[in-house]
Design a protein around this ligand. Structure first.
Ligand SMILES: Nc1ncnc2c1ncn2[C@@H]1O[C@H](COP(=O)(O)OP(=O)(O)OP(=O)(O)O)[C@@H](O)[C@H]1O
Ligand SMILES: [Mg+2]
Length: 297
């Protein structure tokens, strides 16, 4: 069976997209024994650094063993080295004790240099590769080997996010329940519906074996329980069934930020805190699995 591909998206920055992607992927692999691939689509490379640490990140960047090469070779036909999925895919990452099966496709800051030119890919190649197809062409060979593919998107709806959506079955919007962080997501949902319709019209969904990209839900993050605005906005989210709010709510807690640091090997619980954080990721993983199962029944 094909992996379930889920993009974590919000055009607002700093709303815990990366933390949610990496924590949930770790829980799925480390606790539920799933085979999980994290694709870091963000040139800020935060998920990459969280999962493999600075040293390995620098080494891969130097050798161009990152997603940058997949895009670069479609943009400039004289690529230094061709993209090699085999060499770029990092296996058993996260440095968690006894956790196997969490893999990573690393990103690179170099993507920042070319991201504004990526729209030209369609004009550059003779064989008509579209700018939103590059990720699909790069990773499709390995997708069937996973149970889940989680894509950490940059904080915008640009071409890199469009690449992520093109291969996604589902998307999740992490959002802080404040004015600015919840402001943009109706626009995110509308744009995804537009992309979906565009691809449907071009009959591209047949190749991807799906009919649309489904909103799995909105998850509240960095919630300050004592803050009246957060409380009110959270209630608003919870009452809005059209956005399918997840029951799991991630409170603001410094342990989440500490867990971003790549350290010596430890267990999932040591890394994500013996207090509630680890359990929240488990609970959130369960909710994701249940929703997908319900959807596909
Ligand atoms: N529940 C939380 N409590 C406190 N801090 C958190 C929590 N979740 C994430 N953070 C911290 O908030 C910051 C932003 O989180 P993160 O990088 O996951 O957001 P993002 O949406 O991926 O940001 P960007 O848009 O820049 O990619 C990080 O420093 C992270 O460690
Ligand atoms: Mg991020």
């Amino acid at each position: 069976m094909r992996a379930k591909v889920i993009s974590f998206i919000n055009m607002k920055g700093g709303v815990a997209k990366t933390t949610t992607t990496v924590g949930t992927a770790s829980a799925m692999a480390g606790y539920f024994g799933k085979r999980v691939l994290v694709i870091d689509m963000d040139p800020q490379t935060n998920a990459t650094v969280m999962l493999i640490g600075d040293n390995k990140w620098a080494e891969l960047n130097e050798k161009d063993l990152t997603l940058y090469t997949a895009f670069q070779e479609k943009l400039f036909s004289r690529s230094k080295v061709p993209f090699s999925l085999e060499e770029t895919l990092q296996r058993d990452v996260g440095n968690l004790d006894r956790v196997k099966g969490l893999d990573l496709l690393p990103s690179s800051l170099k993507l920042l240099r070319i991201q504004d030119q990526l729209y030209e890919i369609g004009k550059k190649t003779d064989y008509g590769v579209q700018p939103y197809e590059v990720l699909a062409l790069a990773v499709n060979p390995v997708v069937p080997y996973y149970d889940y593919v989680f894509i950490d998107c940059p904080p915008n709806m640009g071409i890199l996010t469009k690449n992520a959506l093109y291969i996604s079955d589902y998307y999740i919007i992490p959002a802080i329940p404040d004015i600015l962080s919840t402001y943009g997501f109706p626009e995110v949902i509308d744009q995804i519906i537009d992309f979906s319709n565009e691809w449907k019209e071009k009959e591209l969904w047949k190749a991807q074996k799906k009919e649309e990209i489904i909103l799995l839900g909105i998850v509240a993050t960095k919630v300050k329980n004592s803050n009246p605005l957060h409380k009110r906005k959270l209630e608003e989210l919870e009452d809005n069934e059209s956005i399918q709010p997840f029951h799991t709510v991630f409170p603001e807690n410094a342990r989440f930020a500490e867990a971003a640091e790549y350290r010596e090997s430890m267990t999932f619980r040591q890394k994500w805190g013996y207090q509630k954080q680890a359990d929240l990721f488990l609970q959130f993983s369960r909710e994701i699995m249940e929703r997908i199962e319900r959807n596909e029944r």
